[in-house]
Design a protein around this ligand. Sequence first.
Ligand code: 5GP
Length: 175
Amino acid sequence: MIIGKPFLTSEQIQKRVRELARKISEDYEGKEILAVGILKGAFMFFADIVKQIQVPLDIDFLVASSYIKTETTGKVKIHADLREDIKGKHLLLFEDIVDTGLTLKYIKDTLLSRQPASLKICAFLDKKAHRQVDLEPDYTGYKIPDEFVVGYGLDYDNKYRNLPYIAVFKEDSSH
Ligand code: 5GP
């Protein structure tokens, strides 16, 4: 497996993060957000964007997984749940990437049953090609083609999450 050259550079990422934060700050003016980072993948995006959001917010985390290496298992597991009571709160979920949509659909339905005042989704990347459920993020960083990407929080086998840019991950055909 090899990593291609940056698909989204650190500068492109940071510019888009600022734009998303500005839009979110406008939309939530006068409200307080409970910002939820979905781990592990969203940790970098989440840390970057919450610094730029201009309305009061609380943060919480939820640890979920459905992928083994580059394939979805289709079964979503919540390894660690929120610690905050979300009833009556304006929940904004931050996710690294939406692919089939199964992970976020499961998380969204689970959290909606706890009666937040509102629930919106901000996904840094959106890969529409494999979507299996009706799920549209309210805020999207970039729409990307059907490629497996790593970096900026996204892993392959738990590695490469620390890259400050996003790159396409490919089979190395030279071996
Ligand atoms: P979904 O349930 O929408 O199919 O997948 C969501 C999760 O799958 C993401 O949070 C992420 O962990 C993983 N995933 C989906 N596509 C990719 C990708 O291109 N690269 C990496 N590293 N993870 C992905």
